[in-house]
Design a protein around this ligand. Sequence first.
Ligand code: FO1
Length: 329
Amino acid sequence: MAVTSKRSATRCVEGSIPIVALAGGVGGAKLVQGLASVLPAQDLTVVVNTGDDEVFHGLYISPDLDTVMYSLAGLANRETGWGVAGDTFSALGMLKRYGAVGTWFNLGDKDLATHLERTRLLREGWTLSQATAHLCEKLGIQVSLVPMSDQPVRTVVETEEGVLPFQEYFVKHQCRPRVKRVRFEGAKTARISSSLEPAFRKAKALVMCPSNPIVSIGPILAVPNVRSRLDGFKGLRLAVSPIVAGQALRGPAAKMLQELGEEVSCVGVARRLREVCDIFVIDMLDSDRQQEIQALGLDMVVLDTVMNSDEDKARLARQILQVLRDRLA
Ligand code: FO1
């Protein structure tokens, strides 16, 4: 009797909801961290954008997977949002002396170890999902972190200064060139990572984290059979706006929306995501936009979405859980 109740307690924590979260870079990682702090690990699976992935110095780099992974492991550099806290750049300095190409992409020494080990595993035939699960396990992460696909999808930014792979646009050119179009090479033939199937079957809610809707959530939605899981999802689909008071809290989302001719506001983001979302969370500073969001046919919630501390991340995650619980009741 005692054994039965103990087992059921580990499987179903009171008030918990099995969630699949979609995330890209820094903004997404913050909410993932919050969700991980309030949910039992078995109830959170994070689908991460791999459109930013790139090869530098022969190593496979997956920036968004690493940003989320380092955040969950407590290793993230809080100032930059990417890379490992306190990392040094000796190897990069040496590569610069050799005149190596691609040294504009700042790979730290500890960060390099991640890419060395991931690349070794991939060369041995592991999938990106398997390699990610292995690295996460070694860093003591219990939450499931899964790339959106094990096939390559590459975000390409067509700009007025030419066609740029995402990292060249983002890091080398500091997002300066005016964007004409964004495309996701390989997305049409990529398939959902098989390790996501059980999580999608179990989940009662999907949470789209406040990540760039064009280049972080966009590539995930561009994989047709990821998109079909979202279209056919039986539970609740909630998205958090990454645009607050007409500005991106971080990164080029506002600039990109504007250059692509879309409204730079939570309403602009809601228009982009309306087909894959039921509940749209906007910030208190945008409370005057409620009716416009509702007019799009979305259930709308106003919360304090700005996350400056670990307490903020946990608070927002708790509030989102409460919103989901209320509607699932
Ligand atoms: N972002 C930068 O702005 N400059 C960099 O030099 C840089 C290096 C870097 C190294 C490893 C890594 O995992 C991420 C890195 N990022 C860097 C972030 C990366 O460009 C991400 O794709 C963006 O944060 C978008 O999510």
